[in-house]
Design a protein around this ligand. Structure first.
Ligand SMILES: *Cc1c(COP(=O)(O)O)cnc(C)c1O
Length: 423
């Protein structure tokens, strides 16, 4: 590379990434086949607009074949009648789903962002809240769990056109059957946003919302599904035309071929036994971490996890979410502050800390590594004071752990042996 400015930045970012232990629940590290764009040739810069098999550009038949491969794989992995793989992100997949199902001014119902909902579910500053009338529900303040009876009552009262289920910081399984029942009762369409749990759903470790009638499923690709940035829409055949035209020409124009190549590779991986073994380990690593933090005296939202993420409730400690995030960063451990339901602190400070296991599991951390990591996190969050001696001591332990991260190629061997053990 002859661009020194850029080269320096990339060298620093690579070093930073390798020096970090990434516990951000929305991150992951894709396998080589998904991110290896050296092999992609012209696909790296090709783009075209229009529906699959119907693009108003000459010379797009191979482009369409790549898109068709991604679509067929998405349908197979998630058991859906139709897939649209063009959304450039999970947020835009949501916007397209809303556009397909509502007119401006219609009512939609979604979880408040302060309870773990996503910006694109109608945050007051997001365009969605300008386009639609957004009615929110929250988790139950005492338990942190979804209060399905209250949700039904709100839906009966408000009669929304759309109900959104699926969150950014909810550590428990979502009862999509229950949501589907509520939606049918009030004549709404359910949008299941599985951005965070797509990998778990693909591996059969979480209920699959595509199994319920008339449900639209949206997801981002770069989280547990372990791809690079992108979005997918899944729906019944009856909604195909509306969904496709909401994406194009309704919201986006051209699609980059590189994203489609990466997505097709992601979905091939997602259909493999190795991927299922990986997801099982993501979940068992999260459970293990939750158990150690609880035993050590920390509070977790909902008292634990069914998924890849946990939220530490710092209310009974002297730390804010921002403090806790800062302490872990001093040790080279990345996490993010997170609002708790009814949090009195502003979002930039917050009283919770969100942790997730997708990336450390992709980098090969096993049960023993996770136990040591959880122990370091516990010591950092429970320390009364945060002086240089303590930081140095814990940083040393984190450094040993960092050195144990296995390179990605070794990772696939490791996971293959885990898959053999399962059989
Ligand atoms: C991350 C996320 C999204 C958005 O995905 P992007 O690809 O970042 O746009 C949508 N919904 C939920 C629940 C998410 O967690």
């Amino acid at each position: 590379m002859h661009d020194l400015e850029l080269e320096r930045l990339l060298t620093r970012e690579n070093q930073h990434y390798l020096d970090s232990i990434d516990l951000i629940a929305a991150s992951n590290a894709p396998i080589a086949a998904v991110r290896d764009n050296h092999a992609w040739g012209v696909a790296q810069f090709r783009s075209a607009e229009g529906h699959l098999g119907n693009k108003p550009y000459a010379g797009t038949s191979i482009f369409d074949e790549v898109e068709r491969l991604a679509v067929e794989r998405a349908r197979a992995v998630f058991g859906a009648e139709h897939a649209n793989v063009q959304p450039v992100s999970g947020s835009l997949a949501n916007l397209a789903a809303y556009r397909a199902l509502m007119k401006p001014g219609d009512t939609m119902m979604a979880m408040a962002t302060t309870s773990g909902g996503h910006l694109s579910h109608g945050h007051p500053k997001h365009i969605v809240s300008e386009l639609y009338r957004v009615v929110t529900y929250t988790v139950a303040p005492e338990t942190g769990l979804l209060p399905y009876d209250d949700i039904r009552r709100i839906a009966e009262r408000e009669r929304p056109r759309v109900i959104v289920a699926g969150y950014s910081a909810y550590p428990r399984a979502v009862d999509f059957a229950r949501f589907s029942g509520i939606a049918q009762e009030v004549g709404a369409t359910l949008i299941a946003d599985i951005s965070h749990i797509a990998g778990l759903v693909a591996a059969g470790l979480h209920d699959n919302p595509s199994a319920y009638p008339d449900t639209v499923v949206t997801t981002s690709v770069e989280k547990t599904l372990r791809g690079t940035r992108g979005g997918i829409l899944l729906c019944p055949a009856s909604l195909r035309a509306r969904i496709d035209s909401a994406v194009f020409p309704g919201l986006q124009s051209s699609v980059g071929m590189a994203g489609l190549v990466s997505l097709a590779a992601t979905l091939k991986d997602a259909a493999s036994p190795v991927f299922r073994a990986y997801q099982r380990r993501v979940v068992s690593n999260a459970r293990r971490m939750a158990g150690i933090l609880l035993d050590g005296g920390l509070d977790l939202l909902t008292g634990g996890t069914d998924t890849h993420l946990l939220v530490v409730d710092l209310t009974r400690t002297a730390l804010t979410g921002r403090d806790a995030e800062g302490r872990l960063q001093d040790l080279g451990i990345l996490s993010n502050r997170n609002m708790l339901p009814g949090d009195p602190r502003p979002p930039f400070v917050a009283s919770g800390l969100r942790l997730g296991t997708p990336t450390i599991t992709s980098r090969g951390y096993d049960d023993e590594d996770v136990a040591e990591l959880a122990d370091i996190v516990l010591a950092a969050l429970r320390a009364d004071d945060w002086d240089a001696t303590k930081v140095t001591l814990l940083r040393k332990r984190a450094d040993v752990l960092r050195a144990r991260a296995r390179p990605d190629d070794a990772l696939s061997d490791l996971m293959a042996s885990a898959a053999r053990d399962e059989r």
